[in-house]
Design a protein. Structure first.
Lengths: 312, 367
């Protein structure tokens, strides 16, 4: 039995953490809910003495916005495209890394470098690689192309306008997908490599004794035994994907799109920031709650799928 | 299918190049395993039993020497083409597959002319499962089985493709004592029923003695003795083999041969012929010591343990190398437990002498 004095002490020790949590987590969540359900809420207006009615107008507004649908679409495309690609690539790289002896440590380090590098910096490098530098005299066409286009030209292809003014939505998305996959790889490789190294080598010896072809070893032994790691990587991948924002900034800057079509690549989180910038806290909160609901739904769905296919 | 090992040697290179100390895991192993027999590979930990087994399986390549299955040289043949079944020390059942899927797995890998239809595979899987009596457990996952059941699944998986040679690496080490007894009988039965040449690794001499047709005793990568369990026990070629086999272990004492007599301390315990005078180690099996009022070996009596049919006399002697001198006698023989000392006579065929340097057996004739 803990006496009262002891309890008082315990609360004292817990207080700093509790207060921080209350101020920076619990209160903001509560406040988000409150603002989302006050029609047309804005902080400046609130300070100016305006009052707001309780209602769901913010949600209706958000959903009616053409921009919002664009953001939702961008986010969804990025998620659906990048999570499977990066997971499969990470799996293949991890399996390859795990099966080589010499240089394994060195290659592991190289593959992990992007993880410890600032993603905005990587974004700028990617932007430069895909960029068009300089304009041909008297023509709108580019003169010097970025390294990607140089490579395409070297192999006899036509250069592509990836992300400058006049570029297409599809080519923008291709750049984004490549960049996000590149960024997501190190963490996934690390997790999967760890998983692979913890698989008992005797399973592979047993498979060898039975003359199991390589592909069958991968699909029937490695992947099932790795499935908890794969599940983790996919779920966190989707959650991260829905919160995508900084990678767009990294490539396109805060215009969130090519020069002639700003905002074309905006995402859900970007939409929330935009609303905040315009003192529309009510609308921002509503959008944040919608994003939360989507992430929750997708994660629950993932969990259900995983229960059927993951072997612990 | 007989299996022939010819000058089989495995050297593991040292890990750090500086030290340059390589490990000779198996050293010049020569042996012909007769067709259809159960061979027990026996030795203390690290003596190269698993390495030998893995070389026969093809999972490890020998540094030198050859392996034949029948008359075929399989030394360069890859594992999957050798037609072996291997049961790993911890079974290595695929945890995400049911028992059925585990047993089917090797069959599904067959290709070309060996390819089976679905029905044939199921038939074969059930046949193997019935043989090891797990046909009721086919839908379970390995984690839902007891250790003994897992072990039988592992044997079924190894047997299902009808291997030419079955290899078992300490298959009983994860089982409790009772299950171990039961399972080793089962391995014996399965081996007799299938007639597959089987190599069985263990560090438990009792296990090896009880089920093997032939045992191979190894030490530090070198084969010490090969033979029928009883004849190796009765006729050990060196001190190591004598000490390794038998429970309770053999009594070892220091002594000498002088003028046709074997002395322990100042007592002459046996008169022999054909051995030069020298210092020796003496080994006497516990059942080779008979208490006797006019016995020639005097030991101080520690205590008497009566275990039903048998009794065990625990004594000590200043020349003993083993911590105690133990004699197993019929409990009918009465010994006064409060006596200070006990006198023994030795049975000559349970009494061995070994060269002090080489520890090799010195053969003698009883006068
Ligand atoms: N891959 C390896 N690299 C280096 N040395 C090894 C390797 N595998 C085994 N050894 C060494 O070879 C020797 C024999 O090993 P082995 O596994 O055959 O022993 P064992 O008789 O099966 O022992 P246990 O009863 O403990 O399983 C040991 O000294 C061991 O340290
Ligand atoms: Mg071993």
């Amino acid at each position: 039995m803990v006496d009262n004095k002891q309890q008082w002490k315990a609360w004292l020790y817990l207080a700093p953490a509790c207060i921080l949590l209350l101020v920076f987590t619990v209160w903001p969540i509560f406040n988000t809910l409150r603002m989302a359900f006050l029609n047309g809420y804005g902080n400046m207006a609130a300070i100016g003495g305006a009052t707001f009615e309780f209602g769901i107008e913010n949600f209706v507004k958000v959903i009616e916005y053409k921009e919002f649908l664009q953001c939702l679409q961008n986010t969804a495309i990025l998620c659906v495209a990048t999570v499977p690609i990066s997971t499969i690539l990470a799996l293949l790289i991890a399996v390859a890394l795990n099966s080589i002896k010499p240089l394994q440590k060195t290659l592991q380090t190289i593959f992990f470098l992007p993880y410890v590098t600032n993603s905005i910096a990587i974004g700028m490098v990617f932007a430069a690689m895909f960029n068009i530098v300089g304009l041909k005299q008297g023509s709108a066409m580019a003169d010097t192309w970025g390294i990607i286009n140089n490579v395409i030209q070297f192999f006899g292809g036509e250069p592509v306008n990836w992300l400058n003014a006049g570029s297409t939505y599809v080519s923008n998305m291709v750049v984004m997908v490549i960049y996000i996959v590149w960024n997501a790889l190190p963490f996934k490789i690390l997790i999967l490599l760890g998983g692979l190294q913890s698989i008992n080598k005797q399973y592979y010896d047993a498979a060898k004794v039975d003359g199991t072809p390589k592909a069958r070893v991968l699909t029937k032994i490695t992947i099932p035994l790795l499935s908890p790691m794969l599940a983790y990587v996919v779920i966190t991948g989707f959650i991260g994907g829905f919160k995508e924002y900084s990678s767009i900034i990294g490539i396109f800057g805060d215009k969130m799109g090519p020069a002639d079509d700003a905002g074309r690549l905006n995402t859900m989180v970007g939409f929330v920031y935009d609303a905040l910038e315009r003192d529309r806290q009510g609308r921002a909160s509503a959008a944040a709650l919608i994003l939360f609901a989507i992430i929750l739904a997708v994660t629950l769905f993932n969990n259900n799928v995983i229960k059927k296919h993951v072997h612990y | 299918m007989k299996v022939v090992l010819q000058n089989l040697t495995k050297i593991f290179p040292s890990r750090d190049k500086k030290a340059g100390k390589e490990v000779v895991a198996v050293n010049d192993f020569n042996f012909e395993i007769p067709d259809g027999q159960l061979v027990g590979l026996l030795g203390p930990s690290g003596c190269g039993k698993s390495t030998t087994l893995y070389m026969i399986s093809g999972l490890q390549k020998p540094t030198s020497g050859k392996i034949f299955f029948g008359d075929d040289d399989v030394t360069e043949l890859s594992t999957e083409n050798r037609g072996i079944g291997l049961v790993f020390q911890n079974y290595a059942l695929y945890p995400h597959m049911t028992v059925m899927q585990n047993i089917l797995f090797p069959l599904q890998n067959l290709k070309g002319k060996d390819k089976l239809t679905k029905e044939e595979m199921l038939d074969r899987a059930y046949e193997a499962a019935r043989l090891v009596q797990i046909d009721e457990l086919m839908d379970r996952k390995p984690s839902e089985l007891s250790g003994g059941q897992q072990q039988r699944v592992a044997i079924a998986r190894a047997l299902v493709k009808m291997p030419r040679v079955l290899l078992l690496d300490e298959p009983l080490s994860n089982l409790d004592a009772r299950l171990r007894l039961q399972t080793r009988e089962e391995i014996r039965r399965i081996q007799k029923e299938t007639g597959i040449t089987t190599v069985f690794v263990t560090h438990d001499q009792e296990e090896a003695m009880s089920i093997s047709d032939v045992i191979v005793v190894m030490k530090l990568g070198v084969v010490q003795q090969i033979g029928k369990p009883q004849s190796v026990y009765d006729d050990p070629q060196n001190l190591f083999v004598a000490k390794f086999l038998g429970t309770p272990p053999i009594n070892v004492l220091e002594g000498k041969v002088e003028g046709g007599k074997v002395y322990i301390g100042s007592e002459a315990v046996l008169e022999i012929e054909g051995v030069e005078d020298q210092e020796v180690y003496i080994g006497v099996r516990p059942e080779g010591l008979e208490p006797c009022a006019d016995g020639k070996l005097t030991c101080s009596l520690n205590n008497l343990e009566v275990m039903g049919r048998d009794a065990s006399v625990v004594a000590s002697h200043e020349n003993a190398i083993s911590p105690v001198i133990r004699a197993i006698i019929s409990s009918d023989i009465k010994i006064d437990p409060s006596a200070q000392s006990v006198k023994f006579n030795v049975k000559p065929h349970k009494f061995f002498i070994f060269n002090k340097e080489t520890e090799q057996r010195i053969y003698f004739e009883v006068k």
